[in-house]
Design a protein around this ligand. Structure first.
Ligand code: IMP
Ligand code: MG
Length: 207
């Protein structure tokens, strides 16, 4: 009986899932969106590679993935399933003061972790590093909680980021030009998080 139910659910789901090309064409009509910076296929390929590397690096010391909300939610969902280890997940939400497309560097923890980091192998999963100020703050805050190790995986890093010792990034998905991008979890004023690929955002800052 269980089998029949799951077959029905899968059958119903597949008939409703839009073809990838159809799903993207909706976004092609939006004048606020520019060229595709990273395609759906490129994201999938790189996430699989990162998953393999992290699986090898963390063999025997299962990681605790700390997702930084909200931007990293889709990346974290895909990356965690590409890691073949019995890992654990927790979430943090930070808000950085500033305008819609610029960080001020003043960061506030809006939602803290539930899990104690003492002795844990913590891997921070971020969406994007622009100035690096958010990560720099987050690293200091989590390091003070006594993890056995602390590393960072960021889907995107802007080429304009100045290398700094406190911004050591073990895993990077893609290096991109210093443009404002949206999609795959990244937003502008809470929009475009569900865009399946990453595109340049062309319009001015919404106030
Ligand atoms: P940073 O502190 O300047 O490194 O900025 C980090 C945060 O700003 C990221 O976690 C994002 O939430 C946001 N951000 C920076 N650049 C972009 C972008 O190009 N698109 C969307 N969000 C961005
Ligand atoms: Mg973020």
């Amino acid at each position: 009986m269980g089998d029949r139910v799951s077959e029905q659910v899968i059958g119903a789901d597949l008939s409703l899932v839009p073809k990838p090309s159809a799903a993207l064409s909706v976004w092609d009509a939006d004048p606020a969106l520019g060229r595709v910076v990273v395609s759906v296929e490129q994201i999938a390929g790189r996430v699989a590679e990162l998953g393999e590397t992290i699986t090898a690096d963390y063999a025997g010391r299962p990681p605790l993935l700390v997702g930084v909300l909200k931007g990293a939610f889709i990346f974290l969902a895909d990356l965690s399933r590409a890691i073949r280890l019995p890992l654990e997940l927790d979430f943090m939400a930070v808000s950085s003061y500033g305008t819609a497309t610029k960080t001020s560097g003043v960061v506030r923890i809006v939602k803290d972790l539930d899990i104690d980091l003492t002795g844990r192998h913590v891997l921070i999963v971020e969406d994007i590093l622009d100035s690096g100020l958010t990560l720099s703050y987050l690293r200091r805050s989590l390091q003070a909680r006594g993890p056995a190790s602390l590393a960072v995986c960021s889907l995107l890093v802007k080429r304009s980021l100045q290398p700094r010792p406190d911004l050591e990034i073990a895993y990077v998905g893609f290096e991109i030009e210093p443009e404002f991008v949206v999609g795959y979890g990244l937003d502008v004023a809470e929009r475009y998080r569900n865009l399946p690929d990453l595109r340049v955002y062309l319009a001015g800052e919404p106030e």
